[in-house]
Design a protein around this ligand. Structure first.
Ligand SMILES: [Zn+2]
Length: 408
């Protein structure tokens, strides 16, 4: 079975419950200012910071944050210096006052310390290592070698992603701060950690990215109770190559994180799942002939293509018109595998055959604001503005193209 990735779906459920509902209760209805929400980069521009004290469940938190959204009733969406988002309702807010200095993200060292504290709070087994690469900070109890291997893959992916999407239409940027990742020693550690963050995970989920916390969470996929740990990078690659989905998992989640931190998507915006997942899958096709297991972007993915075509032949795929707004099919474990396959196929088709339209569509989506729900009608309009209104014709060329691809 393919490693279904209800990851994002599970995250969505959490985010939706906690955030979209929150939003409809007033946060988005009465925006006083929705400005700095997901700034591109605030390189030169100074952003003010405030010190907040608020109730978070049973505990009280005090943190320095910037305000992303402020509702008329006093509810706020915050981002703290460790890149986490917080929704604070008026009745949870105990105190807020100006901070001494403008807002700045933690540097790599402080972020590493914050991740260690979080891991300890979540009951992860120490000791922790912190591995910092140019653009990542990885906290791990899997040993630093595996984390270094992951870091090198993340860096290659970020470089590849940036180059692939370089365009005057869609202006992406480097993440404004080092990206946080947590790599756990084994499956049971991963399950325990996930439970504190997003709830119980499906056994087929092998990693996730959380838009709320901006953390990517993975575990050592080479760890096995009956085998000695991987000794070298080559050893790690060899062990991971035993199952092509291993490397896909890592690349998939890392792509989500890059897309959400480079200005392609905005965290907590109502971006259609097919596009978010399709983008991650477009990058994930493993390359088992490569020394590092991953080298190329946008290769056809036979593990997605085959089930997609089989379903298409039996008339079991969703019509495009419905698919471009679909949510639930990605969350339901029964329908998720096919929904993901269809999302990969559609993304692949549009990037390969209508790249400029895709860029314009991505630019539109990148402007969706956090916590604001878009209606299906609005989403469909955004899609047709880029790709035309004739869904039936588009579907025909889509299916023809994908069938031809299978014969190559
Ligand atoms: Zn995903």
């Amino acid at each position: 079975m393919r490693r279904a990735r209800p990851t994002r779906a599970a995250e969505n459920r959490v985010a939706r419950r906690r955030f979209l509902l929150t939003a409809s209760a007033g946060l988005c209805a009465a925006l006083r200012r929705s400005t700095r929400a997901a700034p591109a980069v605030f390189g030169e521009e100074e952003v003010s910071a405030e010190r907040f004290r608020f109730r978070d469940g049973v505990q009280t938190r005090t943190l320095v944050a910037r305000v992303l959204i402020e509702a008329a009733d006093g509810g706020v969406l915050l981002e703290s210096r460790d890149q986490r988002y917080w929704v604070v309702q008026p009745d949870e807010l105990l105190e807020r006052r100006a901070a001494d200095a403008p807002f700045a993200y933690f540097d790599a060292k402080s972020l590493g310390a914050a991740l260690q504290r979080e891991a300890a709070e979540a009951g992860v087994r120490p000791p922790f290592d912190v591995v910092a690469t140019r653009r990542y900070v990885i906290c791990t109890n899997a040993g630093s070698r595996y984390a270094e291997w992951c870091g090198a893959l993340f860096e290659r992916l970020m470089a590849g992603f940036t180059t692939h999407w370089r365009s005057r239409v869609l202006r992406l940027h480097r993440p404004p701060a080092p990206l946080p990742a947590i790599v756990l020693a084994d499956r049971s550690e991963f399950d325990r950690y996930a439970e504190t963050l997003v709830g119980r995970l499906d056994p087929n989920v092998h990693g996730f990215y959380s838009p709320v916390t901006n953390r990517m969470v993975l575990y050592d996929l080479t760890a096995s109770p009956n085998e000695p740990p991987a000794r070298s990078w080559a050893d790690i690659t060899r062990k991971l190559a035993a199952d092509p989905f291993n490397i896909s998992t890592v690349v998939h989640e890392a792509t989500h994180q890059i897309a959400f931190n480079s200005g392609m998507h905005r965290r907590l915006a109502d971006t259609p799942p097919w596009l978010v997942e399709g983008m991650a899958m477009y990058f994930e096709t493993p390359d088992l002939n490569s020394r590092n297991g991953w080298r190329t972007i946008g290769r056809p993915n036979p593990w997605r293509l085959r089930p997609f075509l089989a379903a298409a032949r039996r008339g079991r795929i969703l019509p495009l018109e419905d698919f471009v707004t679909a949510q639930e099919v990605f969350a339901d474990p029964q329908t998720a595998p096919l929904a993901y396959a269809q999302a990969w196929a559609l993304t692949y088709f549009l990037i390969k055959t209508a790249r400029n339209d895709m860029l314009r569509y991505l630019r539109t989506l990148s402007r969706y604001a956090p916590l604001i729900e878009r209606s299906d009608e609005q989403k469909r309009k955004d899609f047709t503005a880029a790709f035309g209104t004739d869904f039936a014709a588009l579907q025909r060329s889509f299916l023809a193209y994908m069938s031809k691809l299978a014969m190559r």
